[in-house]
Design a binder for this molecule. Structure first.
Ligand code: ZN
Length: 645
């Protein structure tokens, strides 16, 4: 297959903020990368891939798998030490894409523990972090990557080094790369503590302007028809852009950050309510890169404002269930409030340049107005929820595989408590030392032991760890009239919101099935977007008859589909009902559809006369029965106190 030339960076229409954020990181990788948020079909991937082609070539030590710079080789390079006079190699800057489903070994590299222990050699196969050194690491759908991989990735990006350790055998090497992650917020948010570790964040929307949309399509068709010819027509612009990046890189060290602007940065970060000091540093680095980009000798007020717009919005302290995104008004206010008081020390500030340089992209304009549709009149029948509480831990019985890291159910995991030893299956990742010695002990005389233990591969025993995994928590909620009429839905909504928040903290996937009137609805297909679940639940309309069997049947369908999609994630079904069915068949007759599924039935029945139908259903589902007030940690404590008194 003949490789197509990449779509040229300068041919991408619109997405000005994204272009600027990428170019600034190319000028100053210390900014810490870019997180690109936007729906599908917004040219985010095209632009990221196009950037790689603009990065300057790199010179490496020939034969080094870790991309060492001959002028400054990595002292810890596993392929080193290198001969300073040895051959060198020049190659384009790397573009490494992290594939979906990549493992930890693939990312950080694989260490062969067996050879390390029995042969005494560090056999190390470099991972993608090594390949990305001095280039660009692109992670599409970073929000769908398992948390432990995101942590590893961001740690390496922050330290500029990758580190692998298995039982005291460790390898480290340089890994400095420009990190770009993309995500579609509709498919789940990134946890806030990971969000703010990206230097800059940009929201990208498809252009709404008709002439822009026309241009996007026309260019795309021209590219598809003749990629090489299309690339040629942008060659001059691309060469100029690459030269501009190179020039800005060289100007960067001499750009000055005046005290006055440094104070403005501190002021805006404080006023905007960000955690820690990292934000201030990123804004300062970005402002410096902006000044270098526009060929200014010193950072100006406009540079600080533009840097703040790219570096701050995703760092604002917020509740997990607040809608994420940019708060432009708050940022404008913070920028106005942060104007430093006039004083006499700033005479050395250079004049701000009123006209930023010629061929360079314009400074970021305001983002397309955020769809401020927050106040849409919601369905009037949706009733409010009681305040959320701290939920008790509900878990899946038994032990899972731990393939989905989290904090809910017991599972065999890579880390965590050591609970036993076994013969290693595939790839030894953690040695159980006492068991290994015990296995080797009987053969020491036969192996001619003199002063130290003689180990052979067959002796090695792997440690078995137990930790916790994340699950799929599927809520099945009765939204019929009987719930609404008695004002119970407020309490039910409060309880389910509490469990939803708990699921967020335990890193579960969640789904929501509701039933009322004629049938059941999948209000939220299984997702890690807990905040969407909260919105759906708050807006949940209620009323009508109670087709409980339809709700169970719908849940069984959702779980079956999810078992195919994500087979290692164990489900937990939480059925919120009073057990009464006023439409469709007796729910007990459909219970076998859910056999084998860990189930909790939350009994919402209240009032002086109780039928106990939820208990009957829980028995049919082989599930656990809890009352609404038994879901909260505080409720449990209150019951315990009453009993003790
Ligand atoms: Zn090297």
């Amino acid at each position: 297959m003949v490789a197509c030339p990449p779509y040229p960076f300068s041919a991408v229409v619109g997405t000005t903020d994204l272009g600027l954020a990428l170019l600034l990181n190319a000028v100053s990788p210390a900014i810490g990368g870019v997180l690109v948020r936007g729906e599908k079909g917004t040219a985010k991937s095209t632009m990221v891939r196009a950037l790689a082609a603009l990065l300057p070539d790199v010179t490496t030590v020939a034969g080094c798998r870790f991309g060492c710079d001959p002028a400054a080789p990595d002292a810890e390079c596993p392929d080193g030490p290198h001969d300073p006079a040895g051959p060198v190699r020049r190659r384009p800057s790397a573009l490494v894409e992290l594939p979906v489903g990549a493992t930890e070994d693939r990312l950080v590299g694989a260490l062969d523990l067996q050879r390390a222990l029995t042969e005494g050699v560090k056999a190390y196969e470099p991972g993608l972090l090594a390949a990305a050194h001095r280039g660009l690491l692109y992670v599409d759908e970073v929000n769908l990557l398992p948390d432990h991989l995101v942590d590893l990735l961001l740690d390496a990006a922050a330290m500029g080094r990758a580190y692998v350790e298995r039982d005291g055998v460790s390898v480290r090497h340089a890994a400095r790369f420009l990190l770009v992650g993309t995500m579609n917020p509709e498919e789940g948010e990134l946890r806030p503590q990971l969000l703010d570790r990206f230097g800059l964040a940009v929201d990208v929307t498809a252009p709404r302007d008709v002439s822009q949309r026309t241009l996007v399509v026309a260019r795309r068709l021209a590219y598809d028809a003749d990629p090489a010819g299309f690339a040629r027509s942008f060659e001059a612009a691309e060469t100029e852009l690459a030269a501009h990046i190179d020039g800005a890189r060289r100007r960067l060290p001499s750009v000055v950050l005046p005290d006055r602007e440094l104070r403005r940065i501190a002021g805006v970060c404080a006023a905007f309510g960000v955690d820690g000091m990292r934000a201030d540093i990123v804004v300062a680095r970005t402002a410096l890169a902006l000044a270098a980009w526009y060929d200014r000798p010193a950072v100006t007020e406009a540079d600080v404002a533009d840097a703040a717009r790219l570096a701050l919005p995703h760092r604002r302290r917020r509740d997990p269930f607040d809608a994420p995104g940019l708060d432009e008004d708050a940022l404008d206010q913070a920028l106005r409030d942060a104007a430093p008081p006039p004083d006499g020390d700033d005479d050395h500030d250079p004049e701000p340049d009123p006209d930023p340089g010629g061929g360079a992209p314009p400074p970021p304009s305001e983002l397309d107005s955020q769809s401020g549709a927050g106040e849409a009149p919601s369905e009037q029948r949706a009733s409010p929820a009681d305040p959320a509480f701290r939920a008790r831990l509900l878990s899946v019985p038994g032990a899972g595989t731990g393939a989905r890291a989290g904090r809910r159910s017991a599972a065999y995991t890579r880390g965590g408590r050591v609970v036993g030893a076994r013969r290693p299956q595939a790839g030894l990742t953690s040695v159980h030392v006492p068991a290994t010695i015990l296995a080797a002990a009987p053969y020491q005389r036969d192996r001619g032991r003199t002063d130290r233990l003689v180990l052979v591969p067959e002796d090695l025993r792997a440690a078995v760890h137990k930790g916790r995994e994340a699950n799929l928590v599927l809520f099945v909620v009765d939204a019929s009239g009987s719930m609404a009429a008695r004002q119970r839905i407020r309490a039910v909504k409060g309880a389910v919101l509490s469990l939803l928040r708990d699921a967020y903290q335990r890193r579960d996937k969640v789904g929501l099935v509701t039933f009322r009137g004629a049938g059941a609805t999948v209000a939220l297909p299984p997702t890690t977007s807990h905040e969407i679940g909260a919105v759906r639940l708050r807006e949940l309309p209620t009323g009508g008859r109670t087709p409980l069997a339809a709700g169970l049947r719908c849940a069984a369908t959702v779980l079956a589909a999810e078992a195919r999609r994500d087979p290692y994630r164990r489900p937990l079904l939480i059925l919120v009902t009073d057990g009464r069915a006023t439409a469709g068949p007796d729910p007990v007759t459909v219970a076998p559809l859910l056999s084998g599924i860990a189930t909790v039935v939350v009994d919402c029945e209240s009032g002086p006369v109780r039928l106990g139908l939820a208990g009957r259903l829980a028995a049919a589902l082989a599930g656990r029965l809890l009352r609404l007030d038994q879901l909260s940690v505080d409720g449990l404590r209150a019951v315990a106190t009453q009993r003790a008194a």
